[in-house]
Design a protein around this ligand. Structure first.
Ligand code: NAP
Length: 346
């Protein structure tokens, strides 16, 4: 089905009941995305539920192989289910003509699937028809490449060392609930249950997100390392990461150390990032001004502060980045991709 010439789109949110899916629905409404008709999909568990969009209660439909006909009529699917479901269903949906924008890690490293942060590499979208699938990068990768891209263009990045401080909503609804329940239980001197995370998360930090590989890295760390190189299209950049879950509900923070080919002062980096779309520099130590996790909640922008030179290497800079993982890290980035598509390519 050709999408050319349309001014409104039939949109599906798949995984609508999840942390990212709910945020997608709210962003579609808030940004007045030109939706003709919205359909919502989730698992059998959610059958019978409704979710509100533009003042109307929309039913949740079950994503199932015998219920794919609706996709003949859907232009864009914003998908936020796990990798396994995504791998199973997206080819079936995409072959019906629906462009799938996927939040899972299932398709990110596929050479025929663009991996997109619109402010960074929108031009890579042009290849999306190969599979009719576009991947949203990992939430931690998105906020990092937003900062790395302008620095790389101006000063040529050689090496990046990143440590993350990631919120529990990064683990979806069950992550949000676990922090909440454990905090209440501990403050009431009751037993806690640990299900979503490998250890107690309330009043604790856990240096373990996703599974470990044979080298001792976690998949979350590997995603940041590999996705960054794909998005910046430069295999010479070396990236290493340590990912840590911290007991906050929203936003990921990242301490990023960047080594460049050409010398840059902290003031030059501050000026460069201040002019970059999607970033807001909050950086005045004399007034205790720097981004905290709370500052980023529900915001579209990614916040940068603590910009300083690193004199332990020839050309180095340190900085601190905070972004809302459910918004720019997932739902907002996906809606922005849909927006870029509808304007430029469809
Ligand atoms: N949370 C983040 O910050 C973040 C950021 C970037 C990317 N992502 C990725 O986005 C995806 C969703 O994450 P989330 O945080 O929103 O998780 P979540 O809160 O656990 O939501 C998962 C969603 O998937 C649906 N689902 C599960 N099994 C299904 C099935 N068999 N068929 C149809 N729908 C099914 C669930 O529906 P039911 O409610 O009916 O079970 C729910 O709507 C994951 O791949 C995650 O890695 C998340």
């Amino acid at each position: 089905m050709s999408l050319l010439g349309q001014s409104k789109w039939n949109v599906a949110v798949i995984g609508a009941t999840g942390a990212v899916g709910r945020e997608m629905i709210s962003i579609l409404e808030e940004k007045e995305f030109p939706v003709a008709k919205l359909r919502l999909f989730a698992s059998e568990k959610s059958f019978g539920q409704t979710l509100r969009f533009r003042g109307q209660e929309l039913p949740i439909e079950v994503l199932a192989k015998d219920h794919l006909a609706p996709f003949e009529n859907i232009d864009i699917a914003l998908v936020s289910v796990g990798s396994r479901i995504s791998q199973e269903f997206l080819p079936l949906i995409a072959e019906r003509g629906t462009v799938c924008i996927d939040n899972s890690s299932a398709w990110r490293m596929d050479p025929d699937v663009p991996l997109i942060v619109p402010e960074v590499n929108a031009s890579a979208l042009s290849g999306f028809r190969q599979k009719n699938i576009i991947a949203n990068p990992n939430c931690s990768t998105i906020q990092m490449v937003q900062v790395l891209k302008p620095i790389h263009d101006a000063y040529q990045i050689k090496r990046v060392v990143v440590s993350t401080y990631q919120s529990t909503s990064g683990k979806g609804q069950k992550g949000i609930e676990e922090l909440s329940k454990q905090t209440i239980a501990l403050l009431n001197q009751k037993e806690i249950k640990t299900e979503a995370f490998p250890h107690q998360i309330a009043f604790n930090c856990i240096p373990h997100i996703d599974q470990f590989d044979e080298e001792g890295y976690t998949f979350e760390e590997k995603k940041m390392m590999l996705e960054t190189v794909k998005i910046l299209e430069d295999a010479s950049i070396r990236v290493t990461a340590t990912c840590v879950r911290v007991p906050v509900f929203s936003c990921h923070g990242e301490s990023i150390n960047i080594e460049t080919e050409r010398n840059a002062s902290a003031d030059e980096i501050r000026a460069l990032l201040s002019q970059t779309k999607g970033l807001k520099v909050v950086d005045d130590p004399t007034k205790n001004l720097y981004p905290t996790h709370i500052l980023g909640v529900n915001q579209d922008d990614t916040f940068v502060g603590r910009i300083r030179e690193d004199h332990s290497v020839e050309n180095g800079v340190h900085l601190w980045v905070v972004s809302d993982n459910l918004r720019k890290g997932a739902a907002l980035n996906a809606v922005q991709i849909a927006g870029a598509l509808s304007r430029e390519f469809l």
